[in-house]
Design a protein around this ligand. Structure first.
Ligand SMILES: [Fe+2]
Length: 124
């Protein structure tokens, strides 16, 4: 059983929350990348919050998404409720080999705190 107040005291991820819980399904960022990418060429990364669409209401919405490759910061997107949906597509290029190939997205819900999702990138 998840204590909702404790959600704000940590970065939540499918590892420590039951990944099939309704809360996790609405909050864990889902990252979509091509199966294999070429080093030095742009490809699209799509990040959306939740396998089940998260609400976008004045009282309950996703405030922002940040994304990283490994621990390297790549970008941040802020959202206003009602008129936006917490989903972005951004071109990304891996400029050299040897980078940590884990893409990480962290989102913040005004009621349910920080949530992390990851995806592996395979480059040729
Ligand atoms: Fe939420």
């Amino acid at each position: 059983m998840i204590n909702e107040k404790a959600l704000f005291c940590k970065l939540n991820s499918p590892v420590d929350a039951d990944k099939d819980s309704p809360l996790a399904k609405k909050h864990v960022p889902v990252i979509t990348v091509p199966p294999v990418v070429k080093t030095g060429e742009f490809f699209d990364v799509t990040i959306k919050v939740g396998e089940v669409e998260h609400p976008s209401e004045n009282e309950h919405f996703i405030q922002w998404i940040e994304f990283y490759i490994g621990s390297v910061y790549l970008g941040r997107f802020d959202f206003a409720p009602v008129m936006t949906k917490s989903q972005v597509t951004i071109p990304l290029k891996l400029s050299h080999h040897g980078l940590d190939s884990t893409l990480r997205a962290v989102s913040r819900c005004n009621l349910h705190g920080l949530w992390e999702g990851t995806a592996q990138i395979k480059s040729d």
